[in-house]
Design a binder for this molecule. Structure first.
Ligand SMILES: NC(=O)C1=CN([C@@H]2O[C@H](COP(=O)(O)OP(=O)(O)OC[C@H]3O[C@@H](n4cnc5c(N)ncnc54)[C@H](O)[C@@H]3O)[C@@H](O)[C@H]2O)C=CC1
Ligand SMILES: CC(C)CC(=O)C(=O)O
Ligand SMILES: [Mg+2]
Length: 358
């Protein structure tokens, strides 16, 4: 199979982990006789420095032309601590999602058995947890009107959803629920927010089209609590952009670390595959970032954009094998397990490549 992949490392550890992700793609190409070609493009802080824009036109054009995008992360402490900055790295990410029509962000939360002890949640609560989040990605408060008024002393952001935006993501979630345990949980704040009441109305209207799927509704605050109390009660979860952003960072603790969670952003055109984590300033440049989220994003890319199920499974098996052999990056190491072999980013990548090349 011939495919063209655009690698967009972005900022901070984004560059460190996508380097490994690309090596994994190439190892798969070699093993299975595929011809993958690659290009790179700028986004985020590095793009602002080079061009003045967080998403240069050239990057967007390359994204539109690619068969898939492997994305790292954006963000720089300079902006986090300067609320007045007008051009910001995160604008590049949001614009990319909007321009490419990436309205569905799939975030699988799957705990590898070997990491049962890496989480701060009790193993008996965690064992068997397997959740698929559908986070709406091009609407909500991230895209509504925002403004400073009252001479800068007051600010507002608008949480806004249209029916069609809710319907398309909810239908995707129902379809996925059909292929899993036929349970869908929709998360909103319909006891307070009008946009959430619209969300719930749409879910209720669509539900009869999927009579084989049992639907439950949870308010975001209760859902956040239940996720930790009893993660196994969830299977497919669908929610808005903001709630999905927050809930999935929380859910990363079910999988052991932010460094374990991959995602697929899909919709109207090229799919973008990205870890759920950010640029992680606190560990940038130290060579300790966990590359497994990027590697598992490669597995999603292979399966979803290219339909290469066997290749995707081999990547997951490689991650499983490395964990079974006791290899850990710092974030998933258990200080009580002396047999853990703690590796840096590249060395963990090498373990995965060794498996794929064997
Ligand atoms: N998709 C994106 O590009 C995202 C960008 N950001 C940006 O990233 C910057 C940092 O934001 P934070 O709130 O610190 O979130 P973050 O996700 O970058 O980091 C949160 C914590 O998780 C750890 N962590 C994250 N990824 C890891 C990995 N692969 N291996 C080991 N540990 C890992 C970090 O060291 C940090 O302690 C900000 O500028 C923010 O705006 C944040 C989230 C998503
Ligand atoms: C930086 C945000 C715009 C994105 C984010 O936190 C995410 O997509 O998980
Ligand atoms: Mg986030």
């Amino acid at each position: 199979m011939k495919k063209h992949i655009l690698v967009v490392p972005g900022d901070g550890i984004g560059a460190e982990v996508t380097t490994v992700g690309k090596q994994v793609l190439e190892a798969i190409a070699q093993k299975f006789g595929h011809e993958f070609t690659y290009d790179e493009a700028l986004i985020g802080h590095v793009a602002i420095e080079a061009t003045g824009s967080a998403l240069p036109d050239e990057t967007l054009t390359k994204m539109q032309a690619a068969d898939a995008v492997l994305f790292g992360a954006v963000g720089h402490p300079k902006y986090d601590n300067d609320p007045s900055a007008k051009v910001r790295p995160e604008q590049g990410l949001l614009k990319m999602r909007k321009e490419l029509g990436l309205y569905a962000n799939l975030r699988p939360i799957k705990l590898f058995d070997e990491l049962l002890d890496a989480s701060s949640i009790k193993p008996e609560i965690l064992r068997g947890a397997d959740i698929l989040f559908f986070r709406e990605l091009t609407g909500d408060v991230y895209f509504g009107k925002r403004e400073r008024i009252d001479e800068g002393n007051t600010a507002y952001d608008t949480m806004i959803y249209s029916k069609y935006e809710v319907e398309r993501i909810v239908r995707k979630a129902f379809e996925a629920a059909r292929t899993r345990s036929k349970k869908l949980c929709s998360v909103d704040k319909a006891n307070v927010l009008e946009s959430s009441r619209l969300w719930r109305e749409v879910v209720q209207a669509i539900a009869p089209d999927y009579p084989d799927v049992t639907v439950e509704h949870q308010f975001i605050d209760a859902a956040a609590m239940l996720l930790i109390k009893d993660p196994k009660r969830f299977d497919v979860v669908v929610t808005g952009n903001l709630f999905g952003d927050i809930l999935t960072d929380e859910a990363s603790q079910i999988a052991g670390s932010m460094g374990m969670l991959a995602s697929a952003s899909v919709g109207d055109s090229t799919g973008v595959y990205e870890p759920i984590h950010g640029s992680a300033h606190d560990i940038t440049g130290k060579g300790v970032a966990n590359p497994l989220a990027s590697i598992l994003s490669v597995a999603l890319l292979l399966e979803i954009s290219f339909g290469l199920k066997e290749e995707a499974q081999m990547v997951i098996d490689a991650v499983d094998a490395a964990l079974k052999a006791g290899f850990r990056t710092r974030d998933i190491a258990n200080t009580n397990t002396p047999s853990d072999k703690i590796l840096g980013t590249d060395a963990m990548g090498s373990q995965i490549l060794q498996y794929l090349n064997s």
